[in-house]
Design a protein around this ligand. Structure first.
Ligand code: GLY
Ligand code: MN
Ligand code: MN
Length: 440
């Protein structure tokens, strides 16, 4: 069913972008369909920036935003697929240029085939073009060719050449700070995903296959309102959990092993990213419990640090220190604490970083280390993960038997608030007693 209107927040995002970049022209191509079999495309998901600014979910489209300057007006121009009764009978309804204008509030709308012809005109008067080069070579060639046509038309007018910038320079900063409607969507995705993890904890039994649990989680996501997964779910029993981005999800689950699930649903283009690790059978073994408690302690201490003014680097450093201390006291690491921390010796068991931004993309946009030459500190509206882990690789010969092949990660999604933080995924159990209690 086609929409009759889209929420006003798409327009306010466009307005904010245009207002802060007078004289600019932004060019955003949509995603295109990719075939997985003859005539059969993979599931379509719109490109995140394109959706952020339009709410429009069709492929083969372009958004051009002209920011105007002086007396030149700013405008939103959409290029969309032509309406086509036969294609629509096979593939579903399209909005066409009329829908682009009436529903998506384009000031001008054209069919996609007109993009190349219209672009030089839309570049008239521009001082700067924002276009992401390198994602799609065919589109790059078309855009650059039209920028060249525009340049040639300038003749000897003395007009300055058009610099081309990456739109993420400005858009990533906008997307990094979540507005209220984005926080609401993230909350919903997180609540649904937490519920799915809890269901998996209750339902898992030795002898089930990883893909049964994957299907169960997928069902819970969709039943409770998520349209799709935010990323390919990782459902990893036993030693499979030591593969950080395990994908096969096709092995039987065994008593006395842990199951690591890293999965999050996507609600209205905002995704959650949760990892929980719990026993396939009724309870944790002693070695599993010791390493689990260590990871959990590091995660809780990291969450306690999450507030305005802290840096993600400080949080990661603290996690590395807690993990190092714990592994030294368990006898899994030997030697001097300082030396291990200096040489990243803990990375044998903890090889990834603690956090990434989260939003429309699971590894969301935004600068991490510095901003305008200063260390980037956390500010209200930022959303990110805290996800420490412990992985004893099957190929590591020096791990005591009881710890061999254990993989644990605990991951929550954090919203920075003026007074500290909100754990969006708090409904997913992570205390050992609570997890074991769900099974009896
Ligand atoms: N699910 C991917 C990650 O945790 O970064
Ligand atoms: Mn993550
Ligand atoms: Mn994850």
């Amino acid at each position: 069913m086609l929409l009759s209107h889209v929420p006003g927040h798409f327009k306010s995002r466009r307005d904010a972008l245009i207002k802060s970049n007078p004289g600019a022209v932004f060019i955003f191509p949509s995603n295109n369909e990719v075939l997985r079999n003859p005539d059969v495309p993979y599931g379509f998901r719109q490109e995140s920036n394109f959706f952020y600014l339009t709410g429009f979910e069709e492929p083969e489209s372009f958004l051009v935003l002209t920011a105007g300057s002086g007396s030149a007006p700013s405008k939103m121009v959409l290029f969309v697929r032509r309406r086509d009764a036969t294609r629509e009978m096979w593939e579903g309804e399209r909005y066409g240029v009329e829908g682009a204008r009436n529903v998506f509030q384009a000031d001008e709308a054209y069919v996609t085939e007109d993009f190349d012809r219209k672009l030089p005109e839309l570049l008239q008067g521009a001082e700067r073009v924002f276009y992401r080069v390198g994602l799609n070579e065919a589109i790059d060639r078309r855009v650059i060719a039209q920028i060249d046509v525009h340049r040639a038309s300038a003749g000897r007018s003395g007009r300055a050449l058009l610099p081309i910038s990456d739109p993420n320079e400005v858009l990533a900063e906008m997307r990094l700070f979540k507005r209220p409607e984005e926080v609401e969507a993230l909350r919903k995705a997180s609540q649904v995903s937490a519920l799915a993890h809890k269901m998996a904890m209750k339902e898992v039994r030795p002898g089930m296959n990883e893909f049964e649990i994957e299907a169960l989680i997928d069902y819970a996501f969709r039943k409770h309102g998520c349209q799709r997964v935010g990323y390919g779910s990782i459902v990893a029993g036993g030693k499979n959990a030591t593969c950080l981005h395990y994908r096969l999800n096709n092995q039987p689950l065994k008593e006395n092993e842990l199951l690591l699930i890293d999965a999050g649903g996507e609600f209205d283009y905002y995704c959650s990213d949760i990892t929980r690790t719990f026993p396939v059978g009724r309870s944790f073994t002693a070695a599993q419990a010791k390493t689990y408690d260590l990871v959990l302690r590091s995660q809780k201490e990291a969450i306690a640090m999450a507030k305005p003014g802290t840096t993600l680097a400080e949080i990661h450093q603290h996690v590395c220190e807690v993990i190092t201390d714990g592994l030294l006291s368990l006898g899994l690491l030997k030697g001097s604490r300082e030396e291990i921390l200096k040489s990243n010796g803990y990375s044998r068991f903890y090889p990834h970083r603690t956090s990434h931004y989260l939003g429309m993309d699971v590894h969301d946009v935004g600068l991490y280390i510095t901003k305008s030459g200063e260390p980037r500190t956390l500010e209200p509206g930022m959303v990110f993960t805290i996800e420490p882990g412990f992985y004893a690789q099957p190929t590591d010969p020096d791990v005591p038997d009881e710890y061999r092949e254990i993989g644990i990660r605990i991951e929550d999604d954090i919203l920075i608030t003026p007074g500290g933080c909100e754990v969006l995924t708090a409904d997913a159990p992570k205390e050992r007693a609570e997890i074991e209690g769900l099974k009896h």
